[in-house]
Design a protein around this ligand. Structure first.
Ligand SMILES: *Cc1c(COP(=O)(O)O)cnc(C)c1O
Length: 366
């Protein structure tokens, strides 16, 4: 069986370090925020090259906290790519703002700068640049579109730990950025966890306060915040795993290269691209084919697990029917039937990757 993801196998490869880290947190009863969360914040900020990192409960909270810190007028419009996980839209609505969906680029699946230009109104407060699947958005093109307007850039880096745009690391390019450390992400905890990054010390301070009941000290609450903190066990696990992340990312990139090579020339399959200005971290390796469902079933029969990201564009979900953006001719609204995510990650051997490719080739030669 070829799993889509194998977190237990990864755990076995670093078991001693992880078990020791968990024990220390318990010994020191550093359960919430505390020394382990502070250490991880520092290490992660250094890893991506940013002034501030604020640990929080999960990637969705990170988005909500980031949006709140920007202090937009109520019911502002935030432009969100129509192909993403629901958290990208949900965080906007939950913050009292309006989601405006934007199409994605057919090559990179990230926000289309041309379509973005057509979505801007005098209520637009921000663009959510989701570095989807691990490929960065075309940030200069986004900046050109919003140039001279009072519009902020929020980077959703939930799938892009260590991705780069023209040598700049995702999470350091916009006004503020968010990360998820959901277990299945490229850097994943053993439960929920997230973080916010920014160069701006004012925004950083605001986020830290929002995430911790609006306080600086123990009981001096300057405003009402919320409770979204990282627990020490997750932080200690993340510190251990962060050390392995560069090697694990190289494995993802190597596997993507193998897929590219072994699936090259198949007419019915569109492979992902890595733009020459991008460093893709392949959270997902997503191909496109009109025979998606049959191919998925074929691979399933051969005990090869695949995924779909995402089965329905956000604009077509019941949750967003009210926006009436479902029947436009957006690429994101048409391509969702064709997307298939192949297994990728440090659990795969070269032979497994070759086997997946052979099965895909044999499916198309029938
Ligand atoms: C996973 C994910 C999130 C949400 O992160 P959680 O930690 O699960 O709350 C947000 N945006 C994108 C693009 C994601 O993939």
């Amino acid at each position: 069986m070829i799993r889509f993801l194998d977190l237990y196998k990864q755990y076995e490869s670093i078991k001693e370090e992880i078990d020791a880290a968990i024990s220390s947190v318990i010994k020191e009863t550093a359960f919430i925020n505390g020394t382990y969360a502070a250490a991880f914040e520092e290490e992660f900020a250094e890893y991506i090259g940013v002034g501030h990192c604020i640990a929080c409960g999960n990637g969705t909270d990170a988005l909500e906290i980031a949006i709140e810190s920007l202090n937009f007028p109520p019911k502002s419009e935030i432009i969100v790519p129509a192909n993403s996980f629901i958290a990208s839209g949900e965080s906007v609505t939950r913050s009292g703002h309006k989601v405006v969906f934007c199409d994605v680029d057919p090559e990179t699946y990230t926000i289309s700068p041309a379509d973005l230009a057509s979505r801007i109104t005098d209520k637009t407060a921000a663009v959510m640049a989701v570095h989807l699947y691990g490929h960065p958005c075309d940030m200069d093109a986004i900046k050109d579109v919003i140039n001279g307007k009072n519009i902020r850039i929020i980077e959703d880096c939930a799938q892009a730990h260590g991705a780069q745009y023209k040598g700049q690391t995702a999470g350091t390019i916009g006004d503020i950025a968010t990360f998820s450390f959901f277990p299945g992400k490229n850097l994943g905890a053993y439960g929920d966890a997230g973080a916010i990054t920014t160069h701006n010390s004012e925004l950083a301070k605001k986020c830290r306060m929002i995430a911790n009941h609006g306080r600086i000290g123990k009981y001096n609450h300057e405003f009402e915040g919320r409770n979204s903190r990282m627990d020490g066990i997750q932080a200690a696990i993340l510190s251990v795993k962060l050390k392995h992340l560069p090697a694990w990312t190289e494995i993802r990139r190597k596997i993507a290269g193998q897929y590219n090579q072994l699936l090259h020339g198949l007419d019915s399959v569109t492979l992902p691209v890595e733009k020459d200005w991008a460093r893709h971290v392949y959270h997902l390796y997503v191909v496109r084919t009109g025979l998606r469902d049959d191919l998925k079933t074929h691979l399933e029969e051969k005990k090869i697990k695949t995924g779909i990201h995402y089965p329905t564009s956000l604009a077509k979900l019941p949750a967003y029917k009210y926006l009436k953006q479902y029947d436009t001719d957006m690429f994101a609204n048409k391509s969702d039937t064709d997307l298939l995510s192949l297994p990728i990650g440090d659990h795969l051997t070269d032979d497994m990757v070759a086997l997946v490719c052979n099965e895909i080739r044999s499916f198309f030669s029938k």
